[in-house]
Design a protein around this ligand. Structure first.
Ligand code: MLT
Ligand code: MN
Ligand code: ZN
Length: 300
């Protein structure tokens, strides 16, 4: 059995995807015309043996994503290579796809107690047959083997509760169970998956420094991007997403990460890096970052 870490990008886009149904911005229009690649909503699949897969976040596009990736196809009359789904938070674009997986195959849903509590409290998720689907809360900073040969470790990153749980005393960069990153190890290979992160403290840079690859929050290029593109009023910070640009942005903060493949994922349809000829794209690439695309595969 190979013990290397296989990674498939099932979807590279932020919530809404590219094109987003109600958006006529230049990126969405170009994606509709096939000028730039479309993106489904962010999700990756990981495996150590190529047979048992864990999916990171169940996007509303999961049905299309599983169909597009031959490794996810059933090998028997009824069944699935998807053994586990890990949820990094309770955002709609990360949990709604669970409802698509209701056709009575067994798998585990993993996440923090807080995130799994959201599923417990929303009766619609009872559609997942408890005889088949096990909901297993994981503690922060503890190792767990979700599929053979993979060791995962969830850890808190600065973030907020999901949009539909926001209250007046909302904290945008709280540390706790509401938003986590995941360390994924197989043999000597280490991957970090952090699709949502509100800021990058020194400890986080230190924590991910043993990674061979990091897939990180690439939602917006700059904090006021929605306003600047006329598509909305919320800042990246208000949405719980650190921008790429700026002194506290991910490009600058992760500059010191060497010997690590750095890839942006969860990219919003407003982000100028989606344009191959944009100066922002050139800058990102010159800093050693790649932009995830649906269907990308890596072996670590
Ligand atoms: C986010 O990443 O900020 C969320 O997906 C927003 C949302 O729930 O639509
Ligand atoms: Mn999202
Ligand atoms: Zn758009």
């Amino acid at each position: 059995m190979t013990r290397s870490l296989q990674v498939v990008v099932l979807g590279a886009g932020a919530g809404g995807g590219l094109p987003q149904w109600n958006c006529g911005c230049c990126n969405c229009s170009d994606a509709r015309r096939g000028i730039i690649p479309a993106m489904t909503q962010s999700s990756i699949a990981v495996s150590a043996d190529g047979k048992h897969w864990m999916i990171l976040n169940a996007s509303p596009d999961i049905r299309t994503q599983l169909q597009a990736c031959v490794d996810m196809h059933p090998e028997s009359l009824r069944g699935t290579p998807v053994s586990a789904v890990f949820l990094t938070n309770g955002d709609i674009d990360h949990i709604a796809g669970l409802l698509t997986l209701r056709e009575k195959s067994g798998f585990r849903v993993l996440g923090t107690e807080q995130t799994l509590g959201i599923l417990r409290e929303n009766t619609i998720f009872k559609v997942l047959d408890a005889e088949q689907v096990e909901f297993l809360p994981l503690s922060l900073d503890q190792l767990f083997e979700p599929v053979p040969g993979l060791l995962i470790e969830p850890f808190a990153v600065p973030g907020k509760v999901p949009l539909y749980q926001e209250t007046d005393d909302l904290r945008l960069n709280a540390m706790g169970e509401q938003t986590v990153g995941l360390r994924i190890g197989a043999g000597d290979s280490v991957l970090y998956y952090i699709p949502g992160c509100a800021e990058i403290p020194d400890w986080l840079i230190e924590r991910v420094s043993d990674g061979d690859m990091i897939l990180f929050d690439g939602t917006v290029w700059k904090n006021d991007e929605m306003r600047a593109t006329g598509t909305g009023t919320k800042s990246g910070a208000r949405m719980g997403h650190i921008a790429m640009a700026g002194p506290q942005g991910s490009l600058s903060r992760f500059k010191a990460l060497r010997d690590c493949q750095k890839i942006y994922i969860h990219i919003n349809n407003t982000n100028p890096v989606l344009q191959p000829k944009a100066p922002e794209r050139a800058l990102v690439e010159s800093e050693g970052w790649a932009i995830a695309q649906d269907g990308m595969r890596f072996q670590l």
